[in-house]
Design a protein around this ligand. Structure first.
Ligand SMILES: C[S@@+](CC[C@H](N)C(=O)[O-])C[C@H]1O[C@@H](n2cnc3c(N)ncnc32)[C@H](O)[C@@H]1O
Length: 299
């Protein structure tokens, strides 16, 4: 078990020192976004559970064909999918979660210490685009919404490709377009009454950076992956309505606007957003349809 520190192994060579290429994202995920995700970890893990389940089904299908002993979880955040994969792989498995966010990894490490002491899990603080991975080491790479943030996605996926064994598999989920995910855009529209929202260029690193499947296909083919499959994955996500205020304060695009406004404007933004999300309220739950890609490829 190595969840405590993740230090002193080949896999964390240069940890924390190679983030220059993704400075902006590093700042975000080590600052407001990382702290928000730690704060909202339980809510987020429940909300995003259908994606974890789908990735585990994918892992199980690969394990039915050949052993999966080593797995890398990219942009693992607070570690839910890393621990779930480690449980699925059992005593013979070794799982590594890599992330650029120190606060999220610290949370992941203490969760693994408390919940998965008997499993071989290691958390590495590094930029997955630049970090020197052990060559031909992994059987499987997974990611739940952790791969859309690279400044140079082709370089990042070529780097991930270098760490996987020949024939090894990649499976990740990423959001489709904002138009297909109105639950994500409604809050931003509500907030736009109060603050200026900077435009996001298409394919720019961020939540919707992989919305265009042609772009994703181009990235994977250019970085040496084969048998690329990109399929829609639609599911329903839900959370108790009582968690909505916390969710909006801590996670997602609206939360990132809040540190720059005074307390009364902050309240107005959150109240307006909660009103705008009223159609998503059913009994005591908020639920919405999520439109994503399930992306699979082989090395
Ligand atoms: C949307 S969160 C998803 C976290 C986690 N996979 C989950 O589902 O709970 C995106 C994650 O990607 C990480 N990330 C962003 N850029 C990264 C990079 N260049 N290298 C490694 N991790 C990165 C962030 O720190 C964050 O933890």
């Amino acid at each position: 078990m190595n969840a405590g520190t993740g230090a002193g192994t080949d896999r964390d060579r240069g940890a924390g020192t190679d983030t220059a290429a993704n400075n902006e994202q590093a700042e975000l995920w080590n600052g407001i976004a990382g702290r928000g995700w730690v704060e909202a970890q339980e809510v987020m893990d429940d909300l995003l559970r259908p994606f974890e389940t789908r990735l585990l089904e994918e892992l199980a299908a690969v394990m039915d064909e050949s052993p999966v002993r080593t797995l890398l979880d990219v942009g693992c955040g607070t570690g839910s999918t890393t621990m779930a994969a480690a449980r699925r792989m059992g005593a013979d498995g070794r799982c590594v979660g890599v992330d650029i966010s120190e606060p999220m990894l610290n949370h992941a490490r203490s969760r693994a210490q408390a919940q998965a002491k008997d499993l071989a899990i290691e958390f590495v603080h590094a930029d997955a685009q630049e970090h020197a991975l052990e060559k031909d080491f992994y059987d499987q790479i997974i990611s739940r919404f952790g791969v859309m943030f690279f400044a140079d996605s082709i370089k990042a996926f070529a780097n991930l490709r270098s760490g996987i064994k020949s024939g090894g598999r990649l499976a990740f989920v990423a959001w489709r377009s904002p138009q297909e995910n109105p639950f994500m855009t409604v809050p931003v529209k509500a907030a736009a009454q109060f603050v200026e929202i900077p435009p996001t260029p298409p394919n720019a690193p961020g939540q919707f950076g992989f919305a265009d499947s042609k772009w994703v296909e181009h990235i994977l083919k250019e970085s040496g992956w084969v048998d690329v499959e990109i399929d829609p994955f639609d599911t329903t996500c839900s959370m108790p309505s009582e968690n909505l205020r916390d969710f909006l304060n801590n996670v997602g695009p609206v939360s990132r606007l809040l540190p720059n406004v005074d307390d009364s404007k902050k309240q107005q933004i959150i109240d307006a957003t909660i009103d705008a999300l009223e159609p998503y309220k059913k009994d005591s739950e908020i639920s919405f349809d999520a439109a994503c890609w399930l992306v699979r490829a082989r090395a």
